[in-house]
Design a protein around this ligand. Sequence first.
Ligand SMILES: [Cu+2]
Length: 136
Amino acid sequence: MLYVLAVGTGLLALLPIITCAAADPFAVEVPLDPDGIQRAVVEADSYEFSPRHLVVRAGKPVELTVRSVTVLVPHNVVIDDPQSGLAIKEEIPAGQTVKVTFTPTVPGSFAIYCDKKLLFFKSHREKGMEGILEVR
Ligand SMILES: [Cu+2]
């Protein structure tokens, strides 16, 4: 009995270390609303999305409310992985809010980014406007 307790507490003590090492401190688990939809609000600024790492579960619809806080710069939100059923491209005019809905079916980590680019300048994605959609 004592032995089991000792081993048990030893494992429990290790657990946070193991999970912390793998976890992104900026990852946000999107809550599942009572109506079965996973809803999150994402802020689009020049040049980042916040939060930048969303965790959702497969098989349930996702509704992202993407709110632009820029005055002039237009952005968009792109998730381009047709093999996983994700082919999203929504324009987000400056200062506007758009809703993006989809149902992820394939677990994995997918880039969520803005592909806007002005002339010969770097794309917004290259400037850091990229995050992660993690489907579990
Ligand atoms: Cu952009």
